[in-house]
Design a protein around this ligand. Sequence first.
Ligand code: HEC
Length: 309
Amino acid sequence: MCGESFASACSPSILCRVTEIPEHLLKRSRERRAAIGKGDDAGDADTAASTPASTPATTEKAAAPAGPSGPPVRAAAPAPEAPKPPKPDPAYVTAAKQRRKVPWWAMATLGLMPVWGFMYVRAVTEPPEVVEGPLGIGAEQYGTCAACHGAAGGGGVGYPFAGEEVLKTFPNIEDQLRYVYWGTGEYNLAGVDIYGNPDREGGPHVTNGLGVMPQQGSLAGGGLTDYEILGVVCHERYTLGGADPTSEEYEVEFEEFCSEESAVFSALEAGEFSLADEEVPALVDEAGEEFEIDVIGPPVEGSPAAAEG
Ligand code: HEC
């Protein structure tokens, strides 16, 4: 028997003599080889001798299309369709991926934004604590007086109120209310010379002695309501003038006229009486007790309330 390779082990002469390979078989072989891409097997015997049959299939495969030698190798199965390349992201997705992410600590801060916003809105919209009652209204209305009497009551064209100056002119609030209501013009018309305390420290204040105090009351053509006049007078006496609402001297006056529960203020606000009225109805304080105040009414000489009191 010849070796593993029939062609290399036997000489052609012997081959030809011993074996007759029928032509139709050779033809079929040639066709078959052609079919699998091995080409013509002419000279196959020569090349086969140089290539060991045991050549690993892998190298055969690599040279498959051109290699004319070696055992027939099956055509490589068509490679499975390569996976499609991933679709490129749309621009907005790419942008989102490239964008820098919010750091975790910032998230915590951002989470508090609504709380902060709520507090901010509250702080901005909530009005500052307002003083209620006569003193609150008085502080608002004093703006029109400040031009002549100073924002802090230090005086100017008009007299000062600060340092208890206004209390010296008007020991009792009723006299001041009357004066502010009518002003210098009406006091002049009424022929009143001294509009305040005649025994005033440093001399009485004389009508038109310093200038003209514009009237404020509605009957005199002024622009303030009666309760606004009370408010502004309370402001001048207590806030600017320095009257002590807890002192024996001013405690009752403050309760009745200038406190938040002021019955006089409420009655004026409700229109139960007017500062210009020549009679004043009995009023009821917070404790339910009736009390009376002096008539304010039209301009009068001196300081009748003080004289009576
Ligand atoms: C245009 C300036 C002017 C304005 C505004 C003005 N006053 Fe006067 N006020 C005077 C003058 C001047 C006198 C002195 C009047 C006189 O000599 O007869 C005076 C006097 C007074 C007095 C008496 C003080 C004292 O000790 O003799 C009181 C109280 C007073 N004003 C309250 C007010 C109030 C309340 C307002 C605001 C609603 C006001 N004044 C607005 C000019 C002004």
